[in-house]
Design a protein around this ligand. Structure first.
Ligand SMILES: Cc1ncc(COP(=O)(O)O)c(C=O)c1O
Length: 304
């Protein structure tokens, strides 16, 4: 991982190598943490963090599900995030905010323990290969069922949910695929291990509803706004596994991966097996928005 200089931990800016927690931290043993992944982009007017307010709002909503009492207001976390990016002299970067129940009592109940928050940032390097952008990634439908809201709060970006994601991702990679698609207990498509999913057919865009168990992705919301601006109809609908094979285009959305075309699912070619018209239109407009070239979306940018 690319190391940076400073990490913000519970109100203090400390050296990267000093940002340590005790091995008996509650969140480490029981998954009692929540987090956010955020991006900062280079724009013509300097660097800007994309949809920072929305990420901080989701962080606090995630915390609510776990009864987390934060020592800091959303505004303080916002300022601290900007300062972390500045202190590390980072431009294009990935920001990770994590809140977790800390060291104290190690019973299952985390409530006696203090909630810690850490804000970290590191230089962004593209992680999608050129051929994957052209031809799309290869996905498999996971044998792991997506954890549902009867088991864990799926509206929360909770650390515990990612054990499910990690199992699905490992299975996909070990089976020679790039990424996994998870189905819920009703057999409906939910999302990928760390991205939402969109599907296009006959010029209409489909995506599973949040009630399927999908994370309310901020990139998902951005894509919906782009589609609406381009008069592309978006339908929130349950999709079965075999329906997946018959869409013209499929793409994934997420803060880290942005918009990723899907070429194959379970060895079946999707559409023509390369990035389609709708995916490339949305990718282009997304790139314009995050880099400040689309004036009507300036509210989504927090300039450093
Ligand atoms: C499970 C899951 N779904 C969807 C997303 C996409 O969310 P966002 O666009 O807010 O990054 C992510 C990424 O954080 C994720 O981990």
């Amino acid at each position: 991982m690319l190391e940076s200089d400073k990490i913000w931990l519970d109100g203090q800016s400390i050296d990267y190598n000093d940002a340590k927690v005790h091995v008996l931290t509650h969140g480490l043993h029981y998954g009692t943490g929540i987090f956010e992944g955020i991006r900062s982009y280079a724009t013509e007017s300097g660097h800007a963090i994309f949809r920072l307010d929305d990420h901080i709002k989701r962080l606090y909503n995630s915390g609510k599900a776990y009864f987390m009492q934060f020592d800091f207001t959303p505004d303080e976390i916002k300022k601290a995030t900007i300062n972390v990016v500045k202190a590390n002299r980072l431009g294009d970067c990935y920001v990770r905010i994590i809140a977790f129940y800390g060291y104290g009592k190690l019973g299952v109940n985390p409530l006696p323990n203090k909630v810690s928050i850490a804000i970290t940032a590191w230089k962004w390097t593209e992680h999608i290969r050129k051929e994957d952008l052209e031809q799309g990634i290869h996905m498999m439908v996971s044998s792991w069922e997506k954890v549902g809201s009867k088991s864990l709060p799926t509206h929360a970006k909770g650390v515990a949910n990612y054990a499910n994601s990690a199992l699905a991702r490992m299975e996909a990679l070990k089976s020679g695929f790039d990424e996994a698609i998870l189905l819920n207990s009703n057999g409906h498509v939910v999302e990928a291990s760390a991205e939402n999913i969109f599907l296009a057919k006959n010029g209409v865009l489909y995506t599973p509803p949040i009630s399927s168990g999908a994370l309310e992705g901020i990139t998902r919301d951005t894509v919906i706004a782009i589609a609406q601006k381009n008069n592309i109809k978006v339908i929130f609908d349950n999709i079965s596994r075999d329906e997946l094979y018959y869409f013209d285009e499929i793409f994934l959305t997420g803060t880290a991966s942005e918009i990723v075309p899907v070429g194959y699912i379970d060895h079946r070619k999707i559409g023509h097996g390369h990035m389609g018209y709708m995916t490339s239109l949305i990718r282009e407009q997304f790139a314009k928005i995050v880099t400040g070239r689309e004036k009507s979306y300036q509210d989504w940018l927090t300039y450093l």
